[in-house]
Design a protein around this ligand. Structure first.
Ligand code: C2E
Ligand code: MG
Ligand code: MG
Ligand code: MG
Length: 280
C-alpha cells in the first residue's frame, strides 16, 4: 500500500488529473467524429399546460448514442465541447436540425407552438450568432411562433452589449426567450429588469424538493409570483409526480415539463402523440 506522505499524495493527485484530462481529450475527439458519423440526434420534451396537460412547446435536447458504446449525457459532453470550437459545430447542427423538424411539423399541420433551443455562454459570444440564428430560421421560413431560445441566468449576466442588443432585437420580433434553471445562477434579481426575456424556467432542484421542503416551496412560489408580476410565462422543470404537479397548479404556474408527463423523445414519438391528439 502506498505511503500517504506529501510526495505520495502529490503524485496520486497528478495521476488522477492526468487521467481525467486524457479522458476529456478523448471524449472531445470522439464527439467530433460523432457529428460526421451521425451519432447525434435531437430528442424533444414537451412543455405542457399545468392545468390542462396540453402540449404547448417542446425543448430540443441533444443526444449522443455512440455506435460503439453506451450513451453519453449532454451534461457531460456539452461542458467539454464548450472548451473548444466544437460547441459551434454542435450548436449549428442543433439549430439546423430543430428548424428542419419544426418546418416539417408546420407543413404537416401539427398543433404545436415553439421548439426551444438551448444556447450556452460560449455559443452566445460567437460574433455572428444572431445572424446565423435568423438565417437558419429563414431557410425554413420560420419565425417567432416556431422557435424560441433558452439561456441560463449566468449567460445573461455575462452578456456584453452586442449580445444584449441581439436579444433585444429577437424580443422585439416576438421571440420566446426563456431563462433556464432559474434560481441557480449567481445573480441578483435586478437583472430581471433589464433583460429582454419572456419566460422563466424554475430549476428542477426546487421542484423536486418542494413537496417535502418548505424552503423549496417558498422559493418556487416566489419565483412564480415575481415571474407573473413581470409578465413572464413560468415553467416548472422536472415535474416527476402528482404531488409536484399539484403544487405547480396551486401556485398557478403556467407550464410544466417533466417525466410525469413526458420524457424527452425522438421526433417520431412526438408525431405519434400529436397525431393521436389531433384525431382523438
Ligand atoms: P436543461 O436545458 O435544463 O434541460 C433539462 C434537463 O432536465 C434535460 O436533461 C432533461 O432530460 C431533464 N429533465 C426533464 N424533465 C425531467 C424530470 O422530470 N426529472 C429529471 N430528473 N430530469 C428531467 P438532459 O437532456 O440530460 O440535458 C442536460 C443539459 O444539457 C440541459 O439542461 C442543457 O443545459 C444541456 N443541453 C442539452 N441539449 C443541449 C443543446 O442542444 N445545446 C446546449 N447548449 N445545451 C444543451
Ligand atoms: Mg434548457
Ligand atoms: Mg432547464
Ligand atoms: Mg437544467
Amino acid at each position: 500500500r502506498a505511503k500517504l506522505d506529501g510526495r505520495g499524495s502529490v503524485w496520486f493527485f497528478d495521476q488522477r488529473l492526468h487521467d481525467e484530462l486524457l479522458h476529456q481529450h478523448r471524449l472531445v475527439e470522439r464527439l467530433e467524429q460523432a457529428l460526421d458519423r451521425g451519432e447525434l440526434s435531437l430528442h424533444y420534451q414537451p412543455q405542457v399546460s399545468a392545468m390542462s396537460g396540453r402540449i404547448e412547446h417542446l425543448e430540443a435536447l441533444l443526444r449522443w448514442y455512440p455506435h460503439d458504446g453506451p450513451p453519453i449525457s449532454p451534461a457531460e459532453f456539452i461542458p467539454l465541447a464548450e472548451h473548444t470550437d466544437l460547441i459551434h459545430r454542435l450548436g449549428d447542427w442543433v439549430m439546423e436540425t430543430a428548424c428542419r423538424q419544426r418546418g416539417r411539423w408546420r407543413d404537416a399541420g401539427l398543433a404545436l407552438e415553439r421548439i426551444d433551443i438551448n444556447f450556452s455562454g460560449r455559443q452566445m459570444s460567437r460574433p455572428d450568432v444572431f445572424e446565423r440564428f435568423e438565417a437558419c430560421l429563414a431557410r425554413y421560413a420560420l419565425g417567432p411562433r416556431h422557435i424560441g431560445i433558452e439561456l441560463t441566468e449566468n449567460v445573461l449576466i455575462e452578456a456584453d452589449d452586442r449580445i444584449l442588443e441581439g436579444l433585444h432585437r429577437l424580443h422585439r420580433l416576438g421571440y420566446r426567450i426563456a431563462i433556464d434553471d432559474f434560481g441557480t445562477g449567481y445573480s441578483s434579481l435586478s437583472y430581471l429588469k433589464h433583460f429582454p426575456v419572456t419566460a422563466l424556467k424554475i430549476d428542477r432542484s426546487f421542484v423536486r424538493d418542494a413537496p417535502d421542503q418548505p424552503e423549496d416551496r417558498a422559493i418556487m412560489e416566489a419565483a412564480i409570483f415575481i415571474g407573473h408580476r413581470l409578465g413572464l410565462e413560468v415553467v416548472a422543470e422536472g415535474v416527476e409526480n402528482r404531488e409536484q404537479l399539484a403544487l405547480t397548479q396551486d401556485m398557478h404556474c403556467d407550464l410544466v415539463q417533466g417525466f410525469y408527463f413526458y420524457r424527452p423523445m425522438p421526433a417520431a414519438d412526438i408525431e405519434r402523440i400529436l397525431a393521436g391528439l389531433a384525431v382523438g
